[in-house]
Design a protein. Structure first.
Length: 374
């Protein structure tokens, strides 16, 4: 008659061993799909941000790991079945223990606060770069590359004002050259993010955000939209290529030879929502286009944001500018008397859609003569 031990061994041996392998391999396959670019970036700003993540994580683990260990240790040592553990129901205070409990977290908070304070200023996206990487300062006389970024529905437009070219869904920059990004959006808020280069920066219509960064290694990197912006959001991606200087110059030549002009009319067509837009090149660029996009007046029949602010500066619709706007036909402050509209009210006189004014959309003329209501 088989013993209990032999029966157990038989039962274990009866189970096939091969099905256990997928249980081990499956988690590895899932981990193989993880993109570790945030922890292995190729740009100095992203590298400093990676270091900040690592330092903060290590500082927090200094308190988390001991707490987890001691929790498990106390649960094991003072379990009900351990009659040899000291039992002191009258214990209520220990100065030494209180010092350890409070001093360790306090020291970690102070360290995290110092790291946060320093990094907040050092990694300010509006702060111009002072180095190429940890061992190389920016050479004297180096001219940064300016790139104007526009988030469209649902694609990215990149303008190179110093080179007079533009691209859609392809961003290219030379390695070890500082890049000054100017970022805005055409319609809804979005977020510009190249994980290998730097952290994400919001793109908002009518506003400009900035980012200073540098790429240190040649390669092809992913750029994404990091803020939901509608139906085509999931395909709002682009490629960022870091090239050597000679290769970058060759790419600029290719854009100039293959591309088409980009003016206001072409932009208004490009601005229309579209998904999975292919890479496109523009060989020439209207130098005033980005300012018109930023001021939301590419359409020459619209007033620029800068012009709206000028109206506000001159009184707007408040009491100080009451004579500068088109009146209502009825005003209770005049005792019910009908008022006359000025022949050339302030807004109409300021904005004439001739395409010659500030931002390239309207012309600025003298305001209409004010009418005294007293």
């Amino acid at each position: 008659m088989p013993t209990k031990r032999s029966r157990a061994a038989d039962r274990i041996g009866a189970f096939p061993r091969k099905p256990l392998k997928p249980l081990v391999v499956t988690p590895l396959l899932l981990l193989s799909g993880c993109n570790m670019v945030v922890l292995a970036p190729s740009g100095d700003i992203a590298m400093q941000q990676r270091n900040l993540i690592v330092i903060s994580t290590v500082l927090m683990l200094l308190i988390i790991i001991p707490v987890i260990f001691l929790t498990l240790f106390f649960a094991w040592k003072y379990r009900q079945s351990n009659t040899e553990a000291a039992y002191d129901p009258e214990w209520h205070h220990s100065t030494r223990l209180e010092i350890v409990i409070w001093s360790a977290p306090l020291a970690i908070i102070v360290a995290l606060g110092a790291v946060t304070w320093i990094s907040t200023h050092r990694l300010d996206p509006y702060r111009p770069l002072d180095r190429i990487d940890a061992s190389r300062p920016i050479p004297r006389g180096t001219k940064p590359l300016t790139i104007e970024v526009v988030a469209l529905d649902w694609k990215w437009l990149f303008l190179y004002p110093d080179l007079g070219i533009a691209t859609v869904n392809e961003l290219v920059a030379p390695v070890d050259i500082p890049i000054n990004f100017k970022i805005t959006a055409a319609s809804v808020m979005n977020s510009f993010f190249v994980p290998a280069l730097a952290g994400q920066i919001y793109a908002m219509p009518g506003m400009e955000t900035k980012l200073h960064a540098v790429i240190n290694r040649v390669g092809n990197y992913e750029g994404i939209s990091a803020n939901y912006s509608g139906a085509g959001f999931s395909n709002m991606r682009f490629k960022f290529h870091g090239l050597e200087k000679t290769d970058f110059e060759a790419w600029v030549g290719k854009v100039r030879s293959w591309g088409t002009p980009l003016g206001r009319l072409e932009y208004l067509r490009l601005e229309q929502p579209s998904e999975k837009e292919p890479v496109r090149y523009f060989s020439s660029l209207d130098p005033a286009l980005y300012d018109a996009i930023l001021n939301m007046c590419v359409d020459q029949a619209k007033m620029c944001v800068s012009e709206m602010m000028e109206i506000d500066a001159k009184g707007g619709g408040g009491m100080e500018g009451i004579n500068n706007i088109m009146r209502l036909t009825y005003d209770d402050r005049l005792g019910g008397q009908q008022t006359k509209r000025p022949a050339a009210p302030f807004v109409a006189a300021l904005c004439i859609p001739t395409g010659e004014g500030s931002g390239g959309s309207v012309a600025i003329t003298e305001p209409a003569q004010k009418i005294n209501i007293e």
